[in-house]
Each structure stands twice: as C-alpha cells, then as structure tokens.
Write a protein that binds this ligand. Structure first.
Ligand code: ADP
Ligand code: MG
Length: 510
C-alpha cells in the first residue's frame, strides 16, 4: 500500500509580496498561484467591517480607503500593535501576518488539497523575537509550522537544486562559495554560504530589517510631493489616501526605471495636476545613499566570513529590488563578477522553503540528500552590572555568526540567603549597553529550594536551535536540581491570546 505523504509546502512571507511553493511528484519545487491567478500575493490586508481582504484587492483599496489597509506588517513584528488601527481596532503585527498566511493557505489548499504543515521563511537578520512572532503568526493562521528557515539559505538551496548539484550523482567537485544579496520590499540581507558535498553552511550574515524597495519608493514620493508643494502650496503627502495613491504611482515609476531610462509620475490633488518626469540617472542619485548602505554591509559580511571576492564563486540575486540596474552595477563593480541569474529572484525563497519542508516531512522516508547549517545573526547576552561604573552592561554569551545549534552556560549566584527566585534579562544585539540591544525577555527561575546560602551558584543554559529560536534551562550547579522557569516577553501574546486569535481567524475568514 503506498504510504501517504502530506504535501511539502513552503511559504515566503514577504514584507511586500508573499509566495507559496510545493514539491511536485518528482520533488521539484513549483510555485502555486493564488485565487486571483498571481504567483506573488501582495502582503496587504484590508479590514472593513466584518470583512478581511488580503492581496491584490487590499492593495487596490489603498486608493479609496487607505486608512484601513495594513502594509509592511513584517517590518513591525516585535511591536505590541500595528502602528495604526484598522477599522477602529488594534491588531498586533503578527495577527496581520496571520491573515496573510491564512489566505495563502486557503488558496493553496484549493489547488493541492488539504494540508496544514508548512515551512515559513524569515530574513536571516531577524532576531529571536521576530522569529517567534513569525511562528506565532503561522499558529494563529491555523497552520502547523514545521520550521522557519532563513530566506538566503532557502534561496541557496533552491539554487543548488536548480543547478542539479543535489542529485545523488550531481555533487560539485569542490566547495562552492555563494554570496546571497537579498533586497526585497522592506528588508535587506546579505549572506555568505559554502556548499560542499551535501551540506549548506552559512559563514556569515548581516542585514537591515528596515531597508528595502519601499525606501527607494519613498525617495520618489518625497521628490514628487515636494515638487507639488513648491508649485501649488499643497502637500499631497498630508492626506493618507492621496499619499497612498502617490506611493503606488511612484512604485510603478520605479519599476519602469528598471527597464527604461525615464518615467513619469502623474498626481492630482485639490484640483491641481502635476506630471513629473524622472530619469533613471536622477533616481539613482536620489537613492545612492541607500545603495551605499547595502554595499557597506556586503563588504563587511565578506570580511566577517573571512572571504575575498576571488573566493566567491556565485553571487545570487534575491528580491524584487535586485531588478534595479544600479544594484547589479554596484555588485559587478565591487566584485568584478556578473551576478548569477539562474534562479528566480521572486520565487527562489519559496522554492527553498518547500524543499526544506520536503526534508522534514520525508524524514524516515527518503530525505532529500542535503543538510543545512546556520549561524545566529545577533549576539546573545545577559544584562549584568559593570563593576567599574555600576551601570548595566551586556555580557555576551554567544557571539553572532556562531554555528547553530549552540549552547552556552553561565553561572549566576543568589544574592541573599533563602532567595526563592532569580531573574535574568536576556538580550540580543552588539552593543555593550543593554538599552541599545533588543530585549528578548526576562527569565525568572523559580522553586529554588529553601535555606540556600547567599552566593549559591545556579547554572543557566542558553541554547539556540538550528532555526535561531532560544531555549533556556536552569539548575542548581551542584545538586543538578532542575529549576522551573518562565521567559516573560514584552509585547508577546500568551497561549490563550494566540488561541483566541486562531479561533477568530478561522471563523472570520470563510
Ligand atoms: P519582499 O520579500 O520584501 O516582500 P520582494 O522580493 O517581493 O520583497 O520585492 C518587492 C520589492 O521589489 C518591492 O519594493 C518592489 O517595488 C520591488 N520591485 C519589483 N519589481 C521591481 C522592478 N522591476 N524594479 C525595481 N523594483 C522592483
Ligand atoms: Mg523576500
């Protein structure tokens, strides 16, 4: 009897566009179109009364009802609520992400049948809090999140498969070093990877969770907006719906400028009409500092990886914004190499996620013949006191770019006799000052046995899983007694809240 295997599905949950892929009967990744027939679904959500609309129609509503449309919620993961209310209600950003996932899931089911297990991708540069928020979004959408994987890793895996390197007899003869440059709508990531025999190893990763095509759009918006204001004394950026219309016009013009040397933006506001011509040259000038920021990060990541351009075999371009000629030109300039164009900048990430789902689902069956090794993109630390100044200071436990999984142990001491609990503040970031790091949460270890003297040592183990999620364990240093603990996270929902949203989404979206 043939054994039933659930479909292997991967979701690239993007800041501006999301993509779903699955493995076909030959284990080849294929993109699934949404109900509207598009391979890319805008990650836009419209809330209007009892109706929640995701995708193209939500984006279209920007021109009539911008106030109730949520865009780029991914950029706000980790905050307690999205920056604006939608139809009078506050939504945590991960709930908006859950609504996007729910639509993608529903549309995929109508094509490949019922399933609920998926792999979701995250920017390599996402911190632990944003990784958890992404998993929570999957849960609230009604899904079972098998794993989250890094977007550049997913793209590299898709590349390896497309090149035929991953068939049992197609192994490359020597190690191949890849640089993945991912410039999407809202985030930027650069990752150096090595592909050897059957293993993908990340050597270094860096990025910016608030830099993407959207910032290029804003430069055009400001250019046209201030021109309008100069001419007519009215600023179209002041009214939300008009500003959204202007943004859509500018984003369109930006795309045109990738293929033509000039584009026009037309704008009507308060009875005035303005048509502004923009040349590619002018556009490149007004955004050159944004491009410079990505160049700087690329060079820095290369150094961190201990690599030189001569040792990089392929440059993979991922993300819609890499279609801008200035990106390719800059990379050719600094590397003296032509970027690889064999993978789809839009779909490679989702394809890699589907391949990862395939590995997880097939384990015990026929696993796909490769493995993946990652690094942490931020240093893990605990907050202590600087003995010299008495000020709070970050004590690094696991430096960034360490191979995962990894465990670090730190021994703390009780301060008083008979102390019942200890509190440890856990942060991620590169600054010695905890205030400049991102707070993961407060770990409180309880049930310390009564009668302990002051200065009793307590061992705390911090473990990053392969996907960058954190696990903590605490025990008495000598007696091996395990202490129960809880990690209090700011801005994060508890299980009851997650379940309530999960029910709400299941019921409200038919
Ligand atoms: P994300 O993964 O962050 O959602 P994508 O990889 O889907 O992003 O890329 C979306 C971004 O790519 C948007 O900012 C979009 O404007 C930009 N983009 C898409 N096509 C082009 C193009 N032809 N020229 C310039 N930018 C483009
Ligand atoms: Mg992306």
């Amino acid at each position: 009897m043939p054994s039933f295997r659930p479909p292997a599905v991967g979701i690239d949950l993007g800041t501006t566009f999301s993509v779903v892929a699955h493995l076909d009967e030959h284990d080849r990744p294929q993109t699934l179109a949404n109900a509207e027939g598009e391979r890319l679904t805008p990650s836009a959500v419209l809330v209007e009364g009892n109706e929640t609309i995701v995708g193209r129609e939500a984006l279209k509503a920007l021109t009539s009802n911008a106030a109730n449309v949520a865009l780029c919620a991914k950029r706000e993961l980790g905050a307690s609520a999205f920056h604006k209310r939608l139809d009078g209600h506050d939504y945590p950003p991960e709930v908006i992400e859950a609504l996007v996932l729910n639509k993608l899931w529903k549309d995929a089911k109508s094509q490949i049948g019922d399933f609920n297990q998926v792999v979701i991708t995250v920017p390599a540069y996402f911190d632990e809090v944003r990784r958890k928020a992404t998993q929570d979004a999957g849960y609230m959408a009604g899904l079972e999140v098998l794993d989250i994987i890094n977007e550049p890793t997913a793209a590299a895996v898709a590349f390896g498969v497309a090149q035929g390197f991953l068939t049992r007899d197609g192994k490359p003869e020597r190690a191949i070093n890849l640089l993945v440059y991912d410039l999407g709508g809202g985030t930027f990531d650069v990752t150096v990877m090595r592909f050897e025999r059957d293993q993908f190893t990340t050597l270094a990763t860096d990025g910016d969770v608030r830099l993407g095509g959207y910032d290029w759009d804003q430069r055009l918006v400001d250019f046209v907006g201030s021109e309008f204001q100069r001419r007519y004394g009215q600023d179209p950026r002041m009214d939300e719906t008009t500003a959204s219309r202007l943004w859509r016009e500018c984003e369109e013009a930006k795309r045109t400028l990738s293929f033509r040397s000039k584009a026009a933006v037309a704008m009507d506001y308060q009875g005035h009409h303005l048509r502004t011509d923009v040349t590619r040259e002018a556009f490149e000038m007004m955004t050159s500092d944004l491009l410079d920021r990505t160049r700087f990060t690329v060079e820095q990541t290369l150094r961190t990886a201990g690599a030189a351009w001569s040792g990089i075999d392929r440059i993979l371009l991922v993300g819609g914004s890499t279609r801008m000629p200035m990106v390719v030109r800059m990379l050719m300039d600094i590397s003296q190499k032509a970027p690889d164009t064999s993978i789809s900048a839009d779909e490679a990430v989702a394809h890699g996620a589907a391949l990862r789902a395939g590995i997880l689902i097939a384990q015990g069956g026929h696993p796909l013949p490769f493995s993946i090794r990652n690094v942490n993109s931020h240093s893990l630390g605990v907050v202590g006191t600087d003995p010299a100044t008495g000020r709070p200071r970050t004590g690094v436990l696991i430096p960034r770019n360490t191979h995962l999984p990894v465990t670090a142990k730190r021994t703390f001491q009780t301060q008083r006799a008979n102390q019942k609990t200890i509190l440890i503040e856990v942060v991620e970031g590169e600054s010695a000052s905890p205030g400049d790091c991102s707070l993961i949460g407060q770990c409180i270890a309880r049930n310390l046995p009564p009668g302990l003297p002051a200065k009793t040592p307590i061992d705390v183990h911090f473990r990053y899983e392969e996907n960058g999620r954190l696990k903590i364990a605490a025990r008495l240093a000598d007696g091996q007694r395990v202490l129960s603990h809880t990690l209090h996270r700011d801005n994060m929902m508890n299980q009851e809240q997650l379940d309530a949203w999960r029910r709400y989404i299941a019921e409200s979206i038919a």
